[in-house]
Ligand binder design. Sequence first.
Ligand code: SF4
Ligand code: SF4
Length: 457
Amino acid sequence: MDKASNEHNAFSFNEAACEQCGECFHRCPELHLPIDIAKQEIKSLRKGQGGKFVLQHCTTCFSCNHYCPNHCHPYQLILKNWNRIYKNRGAPPIYRFICPTMENSIFQMLEKLMSDEERELVDGWMNQAPGETILLIGNFTHLYPFILGNSRLLNYFTPVDLLDHWEVGATLYQGGYLDVVRSIGKKCKHDLDQWKVKTIVPFLDAVEHMLTTVQPEEMGTCFEQEVVNFNQWLLKKIDDNEVLLVKKLDLTVTLHDNCFSKAGGAPYWDTARKLIQTTGCRIFEMAHIRENSLCCGFGAGASWNHNVRIPFDILATSRIKLNEAEKTGAEALVTYCGGCLYLLWAARELFQSELKIFHHIELVRMAMGEDIDTTQKLHVKRAWDVITVITFHLMIGFFQKPFKIKKLSFEEEKWKDKRHVFFRLLRKVFDTKIGRYAYRKIFLFLLPRLKTKKTFD
Ligand code: SF4
Ligand code: SF4
């Protein structure tokens, strides 16, 4: 990490307090490293030597920060090491998938597959004149405009969805792209100040954490605006009978605590549970929750060795999560993060799970009596849209090299308008039963062969 970041980094790894006990990686819910290996790993990471397991298998879940008895922030040590690797090697080709300003990002590709109504919603959010109080809708909701679009809840704010705000750097932060995250923070601050925004309500807890903690404490960018947590705002509105829940949902659900929720801890975990309970749903908890929660899969892409393995590592991790959710016996899996939502849905379709999967806001809206697609057909369609984009990137990735993330803004033109004939054709194949059947067979055949092996097993 460079000098500038160290100056501001109150959350950096506390080397002096670390006793090299290995507890952080020994208790890690994903790795469970034997204690002697865990001790070796922390030594290697401290020396910037890479180690053999953590940087290769970590799912960037934040849990180890909870396990360290001395509050040393081992997670930040991992990010620092990944940042060093990124500076030497670049980002994996498939990472273009998630970079909104790049050609063929998931945002560009999905736009081609969206209905006119969805496109209209997203365009509206992208072109709103920002008011004093904005709802920062965020990139991931862009993938599912129907979960929030047209809700009465949007009347309380100006909903704004700028793709090139990059979730204020949340996704890249988890991969250790720290210098890029710093630049994104400055860009966001510039825009928000110029718009004279006074209050920001991020739809995603991760974005709230970026605005209130990571950007000011670690990156040195402070935001003048008041930041209000969306879920806490919503719970208060319900408690005060301003937002009326007119329907009691008769549903058993299990709740996925996402990686960034661990950065905020109990206030994030408890608020999400309270919100779900107000809808009438009963929660059946999974074996791993809160600080021990398992990754949805997304984070497994951060520790990459070979580009081609990334989707297999991600989906193998999602499968573990789905299995754990199924074991609870709940009818539905609920997530309060839009990033987890798209991966869990892709995994559900590939592994043919029977679980319904909801974003928690869909449950609240149902209880409000709003019109939600309870058949989940829109989700199934979007899951296959996402699978198409992942497959497309996997294929073109064979011809691409690792890259540096340089273009942070859209400036004038958003993306070049291409026809994407092959991509559209592939999507049509996935509309057929035989196409889906064949794809699942191939994917399941390749999965054990291509996912990264953990050699200490
Ligand atoms: S970071 Fe904390 S838990 Fe990990 S080795 Fe150091 S003292 Fe132990
Ligand atoms: S961030 Fe999560 S997966 Fe990575 S080492 Fe820490 S606990 Fe393990």
